[in-house]
Write a protein that binds this ligand. Structure first.
Ligand SMILES: Nc1ncnc2c1ncn2[C@@H]1O[C@H](COP(=O)(O)OP(=O)(O)O)[C@@H](O)[C@H]1O
Ligand SMILES: [Mg+2]
Length: 232
């Protein structure tokens, strides 16, 4: 489903004329199969978020090829990347990134508005998804009226509502206590199984990484497969 070939990226830091290149990704090649939960685990600063930004088309790599469902996305311009993202990817972030002025319902509805679904379709889809993630009772609450676990459920619902085949999660449980973390990881596993969604989870935490079918470890800008933990 996702193929990454010989991916390299360096950031330039320092003053103009005295820039230094800091290599972050050094020739990564790996793949993600349809229906898998893949985790990429590594220390803070090892380049995991950079890899995710490149896979999702937010950032152009210096070198390398990314293919998603046979489409070479690494040659896309910004507009093409944005359009491809809306149709194919959902995102879950550590800090939820919900809109504070919108209710749970409205946050989940937002991507449907962006792609131009009509009100009737939007309402039906949001209602279904609220039920699926167990948020029907708090749909009119604003983010600051929800617990961390509930906020992450809203953000998962927002990622799901457009039915994307792939969801990228960057430290999805990084702001949650360990009990809520387990709830969210179980929800991800259940969505993977019931809806067949492919998940790519980025984490520094081995416990989180263990939820995956396949674990890759980031080390010195390279990716080493650590094996398949569960049958798919
Ligand atoms: N926009 C940027 N400009 C310069 N350096 C960056 C930028 N983004 C990330 N880095 C550096 O790249 C390295 C990897 O960062 P990141 O991908 O965020 O790691 P991780 O997500 O594994 O913690 C770090 O050393 C970080 O400081
Ligand atoms: Mg990161």
């Amino acid at each position: 489903m996702i193929q990454v070939q010989e991916l390299s990226h360096a950031f330039k830091i320092g003053k103009k004329g005295k820039e230094k290149q800091v290599p972050v990704l050094k020739g990564l090649s790996f793949s993600v199969e349809k229906g898998e939960i893949v985790s990429i685990v590594g220390r803070s600063g090892s380049g995991k978020s950079t890899l995710l930004h490149i896979m999702a088309g937010f950032l152009k790599p210096d070198k390398g090829i990314i293919e998603v469902n046979g489409v070479k996305t690494s040659v896309f311009n910004e507009a093409e990347s944005a359009q491809f993202r809306l149709a194919n990817f959902g995102f879950i972030f550590q800090n939820f990134q919900l809109m504070p002025g919108l209710t749970a319902f409205e946050n989940i509805e937002l991507p449907l508005k962006l792609r131009g679904d009509n009100k009737h379709v939007r309402t039906q889809k949001v209602k279904d998804i609220l039920q699926h993630v167990g948020l029907t009772d708090v749909q009119k609450h604003y983010p600051n009226e929800l617990s961390g676990g509930q906020q992450q459920r809203v953000s998962i619902a927002r990622a799901l509502v457009t039915d994307p085949p792939i969801i990228f999660a960057d430290e999805p449980t990084g702001s949650l206590d360990s009990e809520t973390e387990q709830d969210i990881l179980l929800l991800i596993q259940s969505l993977n199984q019931t809806r067949g969604i492919t998940f790519v989870i980025i984490t520094h935490d081995d416990t989180v990484a263990e939820t995956a079918n396949r674990i890759y470890r980031m080390h010195d800008g390279e990716l080493v497969e650590r094996g398949v933990t569960h049958a798919i």
